[in-house]
Design a protein around this ligand. Structure first.
Ligand code: MN
Length: 132
């Protein structure tokens, strides 16, 4: 597959998740054995909606490109390969690519009983376009 960098790029994000993204993303599930780990690739300017991981948090391991993580009420954090983001449960946040770069991270879902994801509103162009 052409754009594999480290792990497989996978297929276009399934519609069950794609509807919570602005722009095009790809997903390859690497494992669901005990812990769920997905390889997520965002095209330039692509980002997910604000969302909350309930009970179990999420860990992002950045493998390629340039992107952003932002928790509500905090400045956006620029991300590059090798960066690790620990997202505690119940924190409203989003993640995605920079406007001029692909961005790839592994998304590790921290196992917890009764965990769920709550998808919220999109990151508006006005908010997103303020980022360098
Ligand atoms: Mn998340």
């Amino acid at each position: 597959m052409e754009s594999d960098v480290l792990f497989k790029k996978g297929e276009p994000m399934p519609e069950t998740f794609a509807k919570y993204f602005t722009g095009n993303a790809f997903l390859e599930m690497l494992t669901t054995d005990g812990v769920s780990i997905g390889n997520v690739t965002f095209e330039p300017s692509c980002r997910n909606n604000w969302h909350i991981h309930h009970k179990g948090g999420q860990i992002l391991l950045v493998t390629n490109g340039r992107g952003w993580y932002q928790a509500e009420g905090e400045p956006a954090r620029e991300l590059k390969p090798g960066d690790v983001v620990n997202i505690p449960p119940e924190v409203k946040h989003w993640h995605g690519a920079a406007k001029d770069s692909l961005f790839t991270h592994l998304a590790v879902e921290v196992p917890a009983e009764g965990s769920s994801n709550e998808w919220l509103e999109p990151v508006t162009d006005e908010e997103y376009n303020k980022l360098p």
